[in-house]
Design a protein around this ligand. Structure first.
Ligand SMILES: C[S@@+](CC[C@H](N)C(=O)[O-])C[C@H]1O[C@@H](n2cnc3c(N)ncnc32)[C@H](O)[C@@H]1O
Length: 366
């Protein structure tokens, strides 16, 4: 959906809800299959549902998207680029001053796609790793092994928020807490501690003043994750999960490698980095008009916030260079439909899980 005064589109409530409901065989709870299972077989039926999963693009469609991106790809002058970079957090502050916590909605797909956020609830999740990508078929086994391995690791003695926790999650670019609060609500593990940061102090203030914010289980702080000099409130090697949801795309592409490498150092051996973000030729990219491009596949919206559109290979390189191993790297191509206006919207999201190898723990421990 389009943000008011926005040249682009951001992920809000509309992201990836397919309406497919499945009951958990053990608990009877409602769960949602990964990436959904509603496939469009007959194009004449396109307006019969609000969304279709794993949509194949034709060669012509791909070529038309490429052409459009090239046509509108003339970059803005360097001084404008510099301004958007140096004032990036101010633009996001303005965004949250206007929208407060009304823009991004809680993500219902979180625990289906990322069971690592609530591992004790995840053993029966449906997995469709074959969808459009290079997913690891043994993912579920790995998740379970990971939980056991991480639990067996020694914890640091240093005192820091959540230092006595057994399972630590950090969300980077948390906004107003649309991921953090669902985690706190869903993951009832008494050993859980959740950290969350954002470089917008307006957003962090909204998290801290939310009635669901519990300082016994959560620590929110202002932090620019592209600033390599800035300290984190936890020592390196102490996090089980780092999660980035539509956040890396907001960073200047030149800063992505170093920022991901810095975050990777915070992970315990065996810890995972989870990402969901915009994919190349997503509808939001194709809607950018001339005069909004900063560099290849990187744009500025009407409100000054920026967005990059990734390929799977680019993300793989970023994580691999940070020393992480691939667990999953998938593209989620969804066709969203506005039945009232008879509009079709082709969304492209990429989802990644990359793990810090366990053997580096053995090195550290000796
Ligand atoms: C598209 S919003 C997503 C917010 C949230 N993850 C969600 O899914 O609701 C991107 C967020 O990243 C934050 N952000 C952008 N660049 C950042 C940086 N360098 N360091 C920390 N946060 C950043 C913005 O302030 C904003 O809250």
């Amino acid at each position: 959906m389009a943000a008011p005064n926005n040249g682009g589109i951001m992920e809000g409530s509309s992201s990836s809800d397919t309406g497919v409901i499945v009951l958990d065989s053990v608990t009877g709870d409602v769960k949602r299959p990964q990436f959904g299972t509603r496939f469009l077989k007959d194009p004449r039926q396109v307006f019969q549902h609000n969304a279709w999963d794993n949509v194949e693009w034709t060669e012509e469609q791909e070529a038309a998207a490429k052409k459009k991106v090239l046509e509108n790809g003339q970059p803005l002058p360097p001084e404008k680029q510099e301004e958007y970079d140096s004032r990036a957090n101010e633009y996001w502050n303005e965004f949250y001053t206007i929208h407060e916590n009304r823009f991004f909605k809680d993500r219902h797909w979180l625990f289906t796609e990322f069971p690592e956020l609530a591992p004790q609830c995840s053993l029966n999740h449906e997995s469709h790793p074959e969808v459009s990508g290079t997913g690891d078929v043994q993912q579920e086994t790995l998740d379970q092994e990971h939980c056991r391995d991480v639990a067996a690791l020694p914890h640091t003695d240093r005192d820091f928020p959540g230092s006595s926790a057994k399972y630590r999650i950090l969300e980077v670019g948390c906004g107003v807490g649309n991921t953090v609060f669902p985690i706190l609500k869903t993951n009832n593990d008494p050993g859980l501690f959740v950290y969350c940061c954002d470089f917008s102090n307006t957003a962090v203030e909204l998290v801290k003043t939310n009635p669901e914010y519990d300082p016994e289980r959560c620590f929110a702080f202002v932090h620019d994750f592209s600033d390599l000099e800035a300290n984190y409130p936890v020592p390196d090697g102490t996090l089980d999960v780092v999660v980035l949801i539509f956040v890396l795309s907001a960073l200047h592409p030149n800063k992505m490698h170093t920022s991901i490498s810095r975050l990777a150092r915070l992970l315990k051996p065996g810890g995972v980095m989870l990402l969901r973000d915009y994919g190349r030729y997503d509808m939001a990219q194709l809607r950018f008009k001339k005069g909004r491009c900063l560099s290849e596949n990187f744009y500025v919206r009407g409100d000054g916030t920026r967005v990059y559109f990734f390929t799977q290979d680019e993300l793989h390189e970023l994580f691999k260079n940070a020393g992480l191993e691939k667990v999953q790297n998938l593209v989620d191509r969804r066709l969203q439909v506005n039945r009232g206006k008879q509009l079709t919207m082709y969304r492209v999201w990429i989802q990644c899980k990359y793990r810090r190898a366990l053997f580096s723990h053995q090195k550290e421990a000796t």
